[in-house]
Design a protein around this ligand. Structure first.
Ligand code: NDP
Ligand code: MG
Length: 385
């Protein structure tokens, strides 16, 4: 079992739940990182005593230094700091719980040090999944998914000896807060409406992605990369209750599923204890009181981001980092109340159509596609005003 971890993004939703899980296990903390939340980071450092603490900016790092004066904790900042946190020698596992493409370089650095990756940061696999998986194979680094759907698939696949026996993966999707709403009503929804997820409590970016269904599109790409399957073998069904976390259909027609109450602490813990399972403080699922389970198809007209993501998944190459970078930029504008709900789709689809397509991009070309997509979104926003 893992003995020591680094958590990238420890002050966020997944980061805090990771600390909650490992506090109950004989696992120590080597490094913690955050963006700007100095207060929460200082609290975590006093409690978990990492060797290294990293903030996104020099100013935030200086403020943390003042808070932690006298403690034997080294403080760093920026991309260099994130890479240091991902590669500290003591850690045998890195939980990637930062949000966004900022997680890519540290994840690659941790893989090169042969660390186990507890992968929550899906944007990394969406943008550069082929490179990340190839590096993991080359260095013998394990990637254990934390995203609930991919963990469910991972758990179902644990019993399948030959990957050729998989017919398809089925990702379940709660449908988000706007399930069954008509496009004319959706065009009027606000940030506050989008941030009310029916089943999961998560950070703001992924919560908006769940409202547009972009999250499910990103997860389709994540599943294709993790399990090396073509788009035709990854399906999506709406399942409002979030009890069935995803399914695997085998060639003989069997459907394997993982069920449970919606609680990320189970997949987080499994990423740390795999191949073993330990007691976990999650609420148990009571089958006789969880009600009936429903499944239906997503509506591509009302939620065009899912369709757009599927098109990018099919195209591959730079279409995926363009999609992701544009989405990060557009969601950031939506979260600042600068654009409407469907503007997210309009801006992302514009960027995807404008970023030059390369079928097998290098890391630099992926980073360029990401930068250009963000710029197209921000320029288009300025001209909308
Ligand atoms: P949060 O927004 O709650 O947390 C994000 C973390 O990243 C925080 O620690 C934040 O620091 C840090 N951060 C933000 N921006 C930067 C930056 N520029 N540089 C360095 N650090 C930064 O996100 P979630 O925990 O919800 O999600 C994290 C990842 O996990 C995402 O990729 C998401 O898609 C994925 N995921 C999340 C799930 C969930 O249940 N929350 C489920 C499945 C996947 P600060 O607090 O200082 O801002
Ligand atoms: Mg998920």
């Amino acid at each position: 079992m893992i003995k020591c971890v680094s958590i990238l993004g420890s002050t966020g939703s997944i980061g805090r739940q990771s600390l909650d899980v490992l506090e109950k296990l004989p696992i120590s903390v080597a490094a913690l990182t955050a963006g700007s939340n100095v207060e929460r980071m200082a609290e975590q450092c006093r409690r978990f005593r990492p060797r290294l603490a990293v903030m996104a900016t020099r100013e935030a790092a200086e403020a943390l230094q003042k808070e932690l004066a006298g403690l034997p904790i080294r403080i760093s900042w920026g991309e260099k700091g994130l890479i240091e946190a991902a590669t500290v020698p003591e850690a045998d596992c890195v939980i990637t719980a930062v949000v966004g493409m900022v997680g890519l370089k540290p994840t690659l650095a941790a893989i090169r040090e042969k660390k186990r990756i507890g992968l929550a940061n899906k944007e990394t696999l969406v943008c550069a999944g082929e490179l990340v998986m190839a590096e993991a194979e080359k260095h013998g680094a394990e990637i254990i998914p934390v995203d609930s759907e991919h963990s469910a698939i991972f758990q179902c696949i644990m019993g399948i000896r030959d990957r050729r026996e998989i017919r398809r993966l089925i990702l379940t999707c709660s449908g988000g807060p706007f399930f069954a709403m008509a496009p004319e009503d959706l065009s009027k929804v606000t940030k506050a409406d989008a941030l009310k997820h029916p089943n999961w409590k998560m950070g703001p970016k992924i919560t908006v992605d769940c409202a547009t269904l972009m999250n499910k599109g990103l997860e389709v790409i994540e599943a294709m990369r993790l399990y090396r399957l073509p788009l035709e073998k990854v399906g999506v069904v709406i399942h409002r209750q979030s009890v069935v976390h995803s399914l695997v259909e085998t060639v003989d027609g069997a459907m394997l599923a993982q069920l449970g109450t919606p609680d990320m602490r189970l997949p987080i813990q499994l990423a740390l204890t795999y191949p073993h399972r330990l007691e976990c403080p999650v609420e148990r699922l009571d089958l006789t009181s969880c009600g009936s389970l429903s499944f239906c198809k997503p509506d591509p007209e009302a939620f065009p981001c899912l369709k757009l993501a599927m098109e990018c998944a099919k195209a591959g190459g730079t279409a995926c980092p363009a999609l992701n970078g544009a989405n990060e930029a557009a969601v950031a504008l939506f979260l600042k109340d600068k654009i409407g709900f469907y503007d997210i789709y309009r801006l992302v689809s514009l960027a995807v159509s404008k970023v030059p397509f390369l079928p097998q991009p290098s890391l630099e070309e992926i980073l360029d596609a990401d930068r250009l997509a963000r710029q197209i979104v921000n320029d288009a926003f300025v001209s909308m005003k």
